[in-house]
Design a protein around this ligand. Structure first.
Ligand code: LLP
Length: 429
């Protein structure tokens, strides 16, 4: 369910016309719906025990306005860098609702997170545990730690976003966890509080979660039997979203919640979840204008003014995003088959292959749907393009929550060293 619907023949974000927004902010731009964000957070939260911490995985969309919207609803944050820590704090997410994941936390990042009194560090290896112990001891502190477990389960998702198999870089192999827990319990800078896992993203089947969580829960019993006080269990993120409206949708949060309840019954732990995509994906779209309808020898191309620098998911994961015209094409439009592409000089700069869309012309606005997660956050200025700005809508209100930078600002990021300034030639001729 999202709040992008046609009204009076024009696609709206809640009560705001995307045509009018395009006139005001220019294209391409991202547009997020507050009502959708809030709804998704609340539906997910309602499916889980009230005491659970929902640490939104902000890597999916770290715009401060999005974070603030979720923070106001009680969300915590799952962070993976010092930069995300700063953004979470800047958006008003308190340290006590912040979880720090990731295989490569630096000592500086650990220090900053300890200073912010974060809720827990999900530690992924013995060397990382040693580093955290030493940083915490230097500060006279004890870091709250869960061990992230690699359960060696195939999440049945795209290989590039699968994280729970033995060969993946994530987590500690499950058989090694008891040994590492014993080490942790002897470290003065560490307070072992629990275990964590996250097996992958865009999961459309609950069975891998059942398998992984089953192993984690059995592990908790072993750890407790060995004398460890296991009071928290972080079950990660990963629940998928429907990218194609005519597809069988992934399991609803309610079903996911039922699985959690079934497996954790009587476990006596505080549960932590790290959903990202589920909260924001369908709350965002990328609006773009058709530059040209380019006839080709083999096919017709719809050349948009958005490109892979704005939304890299199709190029990187062959991801599908529905594409709809901003002007309502009516009930039975005449369809044309297009490759939908951007202006970047790579064949991979392609949003859709052989897509049947209502016949389009230059100047038409198109919306790439389900672009709120891993969209703007993964954008770049490749080809010296200005990343798309971001707009947040709430009812009839809208606000540019990240402006388009200027070419001057883009150019000012670089420096020309003195020795080049005087025009000295380093090559003959
Ligand atoms: N927790 C951890 C430790 C993670 O690594 C991730 C995602 C999440 C939670 C959130 O997972 P979600 O609920 O969003 O599935 N760029 C890719 C997705 C990368 C996911 C990375 N980790 C994409 O566009 O599909």
């Amino acid at each position: 369910m999202n709040h992008f619907q046609y009204k009076d023949g024009v696609l709206h974000a809640e009560d705001v016309s995307l045509d009018a927004l395009a006139q005001s902010v220019g294209t391409p731009f991202y547009c997020y719906s507050t009502a959708t964000l809030s709804r998704h957070f609340q539906v997910f939260k309602a499916a889980l025990p009230p005491s659970a911490l929902i640490a939104y995985a902000m890597k999916a969309n770290d715009n401060l306005a999005v974070l603030k919207t979720l923070a106001n609803l009680g969300a915590g944050a799952d962070i993976v860098s010092g930069g995300e820590l700063r953004k979470a704090l800047a958006a008003g997410i308190p340290g006590e609702r912040i979880v720090f994941s990731g295989v490569g936390k630096s000592r500086e990042e650990m220090r900053a997170a300890l200073e912010a009194n974060i809720f827990q560090f999900n530690v992924e290896s013995e060397p990382e545990l040693e580093a955290l112990d030493s940083v915490a001891r230097d500060m006279g502190r004890k870091a709250p730690v869960t061990i992230r477990v690699n359960p060696d389960v195939d999440a049945l998702t795209h290989a590039k976003i699968s994280t729970g198999k033995g060969e993946n870089k994530f987590g500690v192999p499950i058989d090694w966890v008891p040994g590492l827990a014993t080490r942790a319990s002897k470290m003065d800078g560490i307070r072992l509080v629990g275990v964590a896992t996250h097996i992958g993203s865009q999961l459309t089947n609950l069975e891998p979660l059942r398998a992984a969580w089953g192993k984690i829960i059995a592990l908790i019993a072993d750890l407790r039997a060995a004398g460890h006080k296991i009071e928290r269990c972080d079950l990660g993120g990963g629940l998928g979203v429907p990218y194609e409206l005519d597809n069988a949708p992934p399991p609803e949060p309610e079903l996911y919640g039922r699985l959690v309840a079934e497996l954790t019954k009587g476990l006596d732990v505080k549960l932590v979840f790290e959903p990202g995509r589920l909260i924001v994906a369908n709350a965002g779209i990328l609006v773009s204008r058709v530059l040209y309808v380019k006839p080709g020898a083999a096919k017709n191309f719809l050349v948009l003014d958005a490109a892979m620098n704005d939304l890299i998911r199709p190029a990187m994961y062959d991801a599908h995003h529905d594409i709809v015209p901003v002007r309502d094409p009516g009930a039975a439009p005449k369809l044309q088959r297009y490759d939908v592409v951007g202006p970047i000089c790579e064949t991979g700069d392609l949003f859709a292959h052989d897509r049947d869309l209502p016949g389009a012309k230059a100047g038409d606005l198109m919306a790439l749907m389900t672009a709120g997660a891993y969209g703007a956050v993964m954008s770049s200025s490749y080809n010296a393009r200005l990343p798309a700005p971001e707009v947040l809508v709430s009812g009839q209100k809208w606000s540019v929550v990240r402006p388009r930078i200027t070419y001057e600002a883009l150019i000012a990021l670089d420096r020309i060293p003195d020795w080049l300034e005087d025009g000295e030639r380093t090559q003959p001729g």
